[in-house]
Write a new protein. Sequence first.
Length: 179
Amino acid sequence: MLYMCFLGTLFGCKKIDENGFRIYTIKKDKHRSGYRYCTTKENKFKLEVIFDESAIYQTQDTLNQYDVNKLWGVSDCGTNHMENSIRFGWRWLNDNLEIHWFQHENGDFYFAKIKDVEINEIINLELEITDSDYIISVDGVTKTISRNCNKKRKKYKLYPYFGGDETAPHDVKILIKEI
C-alpha cells in the first residue's frame, strides 16, 4: 500500500489505542479534530468506527440538526475534496445515530442515509472506487453512487469534521481503525 501521512501539530488526533483505533476528538466550538494529511492510490478501504455518547448533540439552530457531519473519506478525480470526494457522514437525528454517504461532485454536494447504528458498537465501513461508481457499505448495507470521472489519480484521505454552519456543541470523540 503506497501512501504517505503527515501529522499536523494541532490537537485532536491522538495515538492509537490498545485495540488499534485512532482517537479523533473534535473539541467544543471547533469543526475538525486536527489535521492529518495522508495520500493514497488505493481504491478499496475498510474501516471500523466507534462512536460514544458524545455523538449525541443538539444544534443551536434546529434546522442544522439535519446537517451531515463528515466521518471519513477521500478526495477524488485529482481535485480538491470540495470539488470531488466521497465520504461517510453521520448525524444525530430523532434519537438515532445515522450513517450517510456524502459526495462532492463538481463542487455540489449530495448525501443520503445508509442506516442507523448503535452508540458504543463497532461499525464496519467499506468503500470501493470503480471507474464509474462508488460502492459504499455500512455493516453490510450497500449503496452505489455514480462517479463523475474515471481518473486514477492520487487521493488524500479526509477525517472527522463537525457541522456546516455550526461547530461542535461539546467535545465529540470518534474512534477509527483503518484495516
